[in-house]
Write a protein that binds this ligand. Structure first.
Ligand code: UTP
Length: 298
């Protein structure tokens, strides 16, 4: 019998990260730190807190930094233990002991849709979550965890469920934008069936002000639609195009959801994430705030 329980998550992290060049020449942008933790670690923590234990990481050619990050670094880790700093290893050890992380290679960056296609052999015929590796959300409870929320919606409706954010239409060229038809629900907290998706449209062509920031739970049928997609925007295999085709035949529900989120794949978003996370930290917050206040008053 098919399970409606979401047990696996795919994290595509094989993009070229051109917005962060030259930092991304040899390391993926998903390894750039937010204060002292790589972006990808925040994403994996979201998966773990959602109760998912198996993660498929899609990595790019020549970029093994993420795989290495989850491996043991004997010399460094032994030194930390010797120096009485094993507390620093706690979170990483927890993930290594409790999650099954599988690394797959996307041989060339042919698009987000293609990156997801690469996970097919591991996902098989099961529903799965997708979390973009350069988008972070911060939640302290399960009820604030967007991935957990989407998994619950999948269980309830047996249909793909995606997170949408309200945006100013002049920002539409940064996102996939969903078509919510003539829905009269202005908040979308209860979910709405979408009738299409357009990848990075010009504002005048955007079908709505609802954007896809990068959290999804898909039925495995998405792979059939991805198979049919031809290169689209930027010559890439676009997830948005597969979702558009899927929405013509199957239910896909879009939900808005309140949570702290940062687009760490964008320079300004990345800087904001660093400042806000640092302001929350006991060891940094007070001094950083003091510095910022002085800077602003000058
Ligand atoms: P982006 O479009 O933000 O990534 O993809 P990018 O192409 O690396 O960014 P820029 O514009 O050149 O700076 C969203 C997510 O999808 C992954 C990226 O790693 C990112 O997490 N992705 C994108 C892949 O895994 N493979 C791809 O071919 C494209």
């Amino acid at each position: 019998m098919k399970s409606n329980h979401v047990k696996k998550a795919v994290i595509p992290a094989a993009g070229l990260g051109t917005r962060f060049f030259p930092a991304t020449k040899t390391i993926p942008k998903e390894m750039l730190p937010i204060v002292d933790k790589p972006t990808i670690l925040y994403v994996i923590e979201e998966v773990m807190k959602a109760g998912i234990e198996e993660v498929v990481l899609i990595q790019g050619r020549g970029k093994t930094a993420i795989e290495d990050f989850f491996d043991v670094s004997y010399e460094l880790e032994e030194k930390l233990v010797q120096d009485g700093k094993e507390a620093l290893l706690k979170d990483l050890n927890y993930i290594r002991n409790n999650m099954n992380i599988i690394s797959l290679r996307q041989k060339s960056a042919l698009g987000l849709g293609h990156a997801i296609q690469c996970s097919r052999s591991v996902i098989g015929d099961e529903p799965f979550a997708v979390l973009l590796g350069d988008e972070i959300t911060l939640s302290s409870t399960k009820s604030e965890n967007i991935t957990y929320f989407l998994c619950e919606q999948y269980k309830k409706n047996l249909a793909s469920s995606v997170w949408v954010l309200p945006i100013d239409k002049n920002q539409s060229e940064k996102y996939g934008i969903v078509d919510v038809g003539s829905s009269s629900d202005s908040s979308l907290t209860g979910g709405v069936k979408i009738s299409g998706v357009v990848e990075k449209p010009k504002p005048q062509k955007a079908p709505s002000g609802w954007a896809l920031p990068g959290r999804y739970v898909f039925s495995p049928k998405i792979f059939e639609y991805l198979d049919q997609v031809k290169p689209g925007h930027n010559g890439e295999i676009q997830l948005s195009d597969a979702m558009h085709a899927m929405a013509q035949k199957e239910n896909i529900y879009a939900y808005s959801f309140q949570t702290r989120r940062y687009d760490a794949g964008d320079k300004l978003g990345y800087l904001i994430a660093n400042i806000e996370v640092a302001l929350d930290r006991e060891d940094l917050g007070k001094d950083l705030l003091h510095y910022l206040k002085n800077k602003i008053n000058k």
